[in-house]
Design a protein around this ligand. Structure first.
Ligand code: KG4
Ligand code: ZN
Length: 340
């Protein structure tokens, strides 16, 4: 049996729609359309929930037409929409849109956990279904999680952040030295021109018990360093060295915590997804850690590491193949945990 599935993602400021085709062997992306207008949010100093609603309402119908044109004439069987975690008003737009679409086309409907999408993306981006058991590292602007997935519906959280998410830390540190918002990618670019070790910043939680993360200590140490040496925030060699040191601190922390999770569980399949996994330094450190531990690493490639609708469509397709539709009254849950 092949199922053609539409995925809708509106958990934060990105609006995305995707069409995938799936069967028991795996899934294939037919079309995706994504839009985001971060400049409208940055002008207001961060993500504004009311603005995300207006943007999703405006963009969804347009993106829907775009993917349908790209995907060509296909008979759709299922629609999945992100129901959480995320911003409540933003989630409600996509969820209502997805339900209305499914109802009007006579499809089954699936309310999808955004984080389960991130768990799927390293596998489905390679066309395959998730392999169990595995340990997943999800590193984005809103989440930093280590999850043990021992079966399709059996998941345990091994570690989470005690304060900021890894992407949030990248963004806040980038902003301190004038690299804009969101600044993760800009900080990585600047770090390539600098050298780590020219100034000293802590490696958060490295070597500690358990698998938790924390980035507030790094942020405070960086703030003190910049207060004492304001010239670092100006474009030039010192700023590049600062970025290289920040990049090294976050990277070492992520690799150390992931290594602790693999040690704790003894599991030999490891995945990474989320916006921060687009960082080549982070990816290289995780690759060499996995190699040292003789663990297989699956990364979410290309557009699959940042927020997207393909991963939401893939989870819905898996659910459709397993005959597990959601109820029509499924509600948005801004704090929906990925643990089961
Ligand atoms: O997964 P994502 O697109 O959205 C969610 O937050 O769910 O992740 C966005 C985050 C932002 O914090 C952004 O700065 C960070 O991922 N990011 C990066 C890089 N590209 C995106 N952080 C470090 N290096 C990058 N190259
Ligand atoms: Zn995400």
């Amino acid at each position: 049996m092949t199922v053609c599935t539409i995925g809708v993602e509106t958990s934060c400021d990105e609006t995305a729609v995707a069409v995938i085709e799936a069967d028991e062997k795996g899934c294939r992306l037919c079309a995706e359309a994504l839009a985001t207008r971060p400049e409208e949010h940055s002008a207001l100093g961060g993500i504004v929930p009311e603005l995300t609603v207006r943007q999703h309402l405006e963009l969804l119908p347009r993106l829907m037409v775009e993917v349908q044109e790209k995907a060509g004439a296909r008979k759709v069987q299922a629609v999945g929409a992100t129901a959480g975690p995320g911003l409540a008003p933003a989630l409600l737009v996509g969820l209502s849109f997805g339900k209305a679409l499914a109802w009007s086309q006579g499809n089954s409907f699936f309310a999808i956990n955004h984080l389960e999408g991130h768990l799927f993306s390293p596998f489905v981006s390679q066309g395959m279904w998730p392999v169990y058991p595995h340990v997943a590292l999800i590193v984005s602007g809103g989440h930093t999680l280590l999850v043990e997935a021992s079966g399709p519906q059996r998941r345990k959280i091994l570690g989470t952040t005690r304060d900021d998410a890894a992407g949030e830390a990248f963004d806040k540190l980038a902003r301190m030295v004038g690299l804009g918002y969101p600044g993760g990618a800009a900080l990585e670019k600047e770090a390539r021109m600098g050298k780590k070790g020219r100034m000293s910043l802590p490696r958060p939680m490295k070597g500690t018990e358990g698998c938790d993360f924390s980035f507030s200590g790094l942020k405070n140490a960086a703030r003190l360093l910049l207060e004492k040496n304001p010239e670092i925030a100006q474009p030039g060699e010192a700023r590049s060295n600062f970025c290289a040191e920040v990049q090294a601190a976050i990277t070492e922390s992520l690799a150390d915590r992931a290594s602790a999770a693999l040690e704790e569980t003894g599991i030999s399949t490891f995945t990474v997804s989320g916006g921060v996994s687009a960082n080549q330094g982070v990816l290289q450190a995780l690759k060499s850690m996995a190699q040292d531990r003789r663990v297989t690493l699956h990364c979410a490639a290309g557009g699959w590491n940042t927020d997207n609708a393909s991963m939401i469509a893939a989870v819905a397709a898996r659910r459709a193949l397993d005959g597990l539709p959601s109820d029509w009254d499924a509600d948005a849950d801004p704090r929906w945990s990925v643990a089961r």
